[in-house]
Design a protein around this ligand. Structure first.
Ligand code: AP5
Length: 195
């Protein structure tokens, strides 16, 4: 199974991608996690991405596409994968299509998590409060200014991908306002798979 999870910041992409990996034995490919690991390790990619991410802006397509192209070639991805946070621009969607075609592969589905704007902001605020209470380091982009930019970037650059994937017949919309368990069940249902 090869999937894309689409949705704005706080929609639950990471939460549901993780569940898909355990339920269906596929690999989670989170570009956000990969970039945060690169920032933490101060690699050349991390140094390039650090300030851009902290501002809540998108890292340039060529940087992200190169990371994904490299990761998707790893042997564990042969059993299937769920892309969490990629593609995020029309250019990335095009690059993903080319990457898969070259390997003779195709996507099985693109799941969009639909969540109200006010709920997104509340979820991120809750995440910050919970991490602070646990004494964990809060994400550099989980503050009101960067979150506003992340939401703007989603609206301007990522939301148009829904239409792109609708036209190809791959898009499945899921009500992301439900409980986490209900969202998981809905994803399985729209994909026509059982855990
Ligand atoms: P990324 O790491 O992808 O972050 P994001 O899209 O901003 O999304 P989040 O991780 O905040 O939310 P999520 O949808 O995964 O929700 P989650 O499950 O965590 O990207 C970060 C940055 O990296 C970007 O801004 C950009 O700079 C860069 N980047 C990454 N990919 C890129 C790309 N392709 N191109 C260019 N730049 C890129 O849930 C959020 C919270 O809500 C959690 O606390 C969770 O417990 C809770 N929650 C989840 N589901 C529910 C539910 N159903 N009900 C109640 N609470 C819920």
């Amino acid at each position: 199974m090869r999937l894309v999870l689409l949705g704005p910041p706080g929609a639950g992409k990471g939460t549901q991608a993780q569940r898909l990996t355990t339920r269906h034995g596929i690999v989670q490919l989170s570009t956000g996690d990969m970039l945060r690991a690169a920032v933490a390790a101060a690699t050349p990619v991390g140094l390039k991405a650090k300030d851009i991410m902290a501002r809540g802006e998108l890292v340039p397509d060529e940087v992200v596409v190169a990371i994904v192209a490299d990761r998707i070639d790893q042997p564990d991805c042969a059993k299937g994968f769920v892309l969490d946070g990629f593609p995020r621009t029309p250019g990335q969607a095009e690059a993903l299509g080319a990457m898969l075609t070259e390997k003779g592969l195709k996507l099985d589905g693109v799941v969009e998590l639909v969540v109200d704007h006010s709920a997104l902001v509340k979820r991120i605020e809750t995440r910050v409060a919970e991490m602070t209470a646990r004494g964990e380091a809060v994400r550099a982009d989980d503050n009101p200014e960067a979150l506003a930019k992340r939401l703007d970037a989603y609206k301007a650059q990522t939301a148009p991908l829904s239409e792109h994937y609708r036209k190809t017949g791959l898009l499945k919309e899921v009500d992301g306002m439900q409980t986490i368990d209900q969202v998981t069940e809905s994803i399985d249902r729209v994909l026509g798979v059982a855990a």
